[in-house]
Design a protein. Structure first.
Length: 167
């Protein structure tokens, strides 16, 4: 194994140690089922590990992991369309006591985000839930940074108006 590969594997190990909970939350807020989110994260980390061992070029390991998890969540819904539960029924699903808070947050926020166009809701998730910068969001989405900012601004305006009407 060459020094560059060892460095990339060390970077992957650092990401797993420091950001494993964040990566799980990232997947959970998209999927909504603990076990499936854990599986997605684990599969992606194994895939990235194999890719790095095969000396395939990766510019930024962290960016690659996040993008891979995002893509894996999209693939999850293509493979498992019947497992999706409408949000109005998600509240009634059995939830492990340790997951109750994150599940309630998932349901509440997704109800609000479902009122937005998909491209705006994803930007809000990436910015607010995942604490990414607009530059990182733009790279993940393959859009200009200004577009990410404007979609976020329009989404927040829409959500504020919706909450104002509800109150």
């Amino acid at each position: 194994m060459n020094a560059e590969t060892e460095q990339l594997l060390a970077e992957l190990e650092r990401i797993v140690v420091e950001r494993q909970d964040w990566l799980f939350r990232f997947a959970y807020m998209r999927i909504g089922i603990r076990e499936d989110a854990e599986d997605v994260v684990q599969e992606v980390l194994l895939s990235v590990f194999r890719r790095l061992q095969e000396k395939m070029p990766v510019e930024s390991v962290e960016h690659y992991v996040i993008r891979s998890i995002s893509n894996a969540c999209n693939d999850y819904f293509r493979r498992n369309p019947l497992r999706m539960v409408p949000l109005d029924k998600a509240e009634d699903m059995p939830v492990h006591e340790g997951d109750r808070q994150i599940h309630e947050e998932f349901v509440r926020i997704n109800k609000l985000l479902d009122t937005l166009p998909q491209e705006q809701s994803e930007i809000v998730r990436l910015k607010c839930h995942d604490d990414l910068t607009f530059k990182q969001i733009a790279e993940l989405q393959g859009i200009p940074e200004a577009t990410a900012k404007s979609r976020y601004r329009y989404a927040i305006m829409h959500l504020k108006n919706k909450l104002r009407v509800e109150n």
